[in-house]
Ligand binder design. Structure first.
Ligand code: SAH
Ligand code: MG
Length: 197
């Protein structure tokens, strides 16, 4: 019997040590509550990293099934290890690929976008056809460590400015989306919760 608490603790320590940007605690708690309240069964996650959020979502209850995509080999392999340690291989399906090259036929109750922040619009547009009619798309890091609310001249690096501009574009994309209504939730690093109108 694995002690799931110690596996989760060691995942957090690994993430700290290796600079893996896993979800903040209040963010993952919000996501877990959302899954519980809305009786979410099938989840698609874009951006597994080391499996931390996938595992915590799967632990909500036994009927949750996760498909999660990761393009970085080292992180994917670490996720495979962690999922195995937790005995969750049957309910967490890990895919090692760039999400833009993944074709899925299934539909999901929840799509969680937590990968390359500059690509959010592309992920949303690619995977919205995999969303159940009454499903939800949740996107992480809309506030990007508070930088999205900063003035451009306060952000030192040019690359970071470009990234923040892309996150702002994504926020506009969500706000003006004809098919989806989005709530912006100030938990974790900022979540967007989008449902069909
Ligand atoms: N959801 C995880 C954290 C994900 S970090 C958690 O909270 O535990 C973001 C991950 O997305 C990184 O590991 C990165 O390699 C991956 N990623 C970025 N762009 C991607 C893409 N196009 N396809 C698949 N994975 C991607
Ligand atoms: Mg994130």
């Amino acid at each position: 019997m694995v002690d799931s608490f110690s596996v989760i603790k060691s995942m957090k320590e690994y993430a700290d040590r290796e600079n893996v940007p896993i979800m903040r605690e209040d963010g993952i708690n919000y996501l877990a509550k959302y899954i519980e309240k809305n009786k979410v069964k099938k989840v698609l996650e874009i951006g597994t990293a080391i499996g931390y959020s996938a595992i915590l979502m799967a632990l909500v209850n036994d009927s949750v099934e996760i498909t999660s995509i990761e393009r970085d080999e080292k992180r994917y392999l670490e996720a495979v290890k962690n999922v195995k340690k937790m005995g969750l291989e049957k309910r967490i399906n890990l895919i090692y690929k760039d999400a833009m090259d993944v074709v899925l036929k299934e539909k999901f109750d929840l799509i969680f976008i937590d990968a390359a922040k500059a690509q959010n619009i592309r992920f949303f547009e690619k995977f919205e056809k995999n969303l159940e009619h009454d499903g939800t798309i949740i996107t992480d890091n809309l506030s990007f460590h508070g930088l999205v609310d900063k003035k451009e001249e306060e952000i030192a690096s040019k690359n970071l400015r470009a990234l923040i501009r892309k996150i702002k574009n994504y926020i506009t994309f969500l706000k003006t989306n004809k098919n989806f209504q989005t709530d912006f939730i100030d938990v974790g690093d900022g979540l967007a919760v989008s449902k069909r109108k």
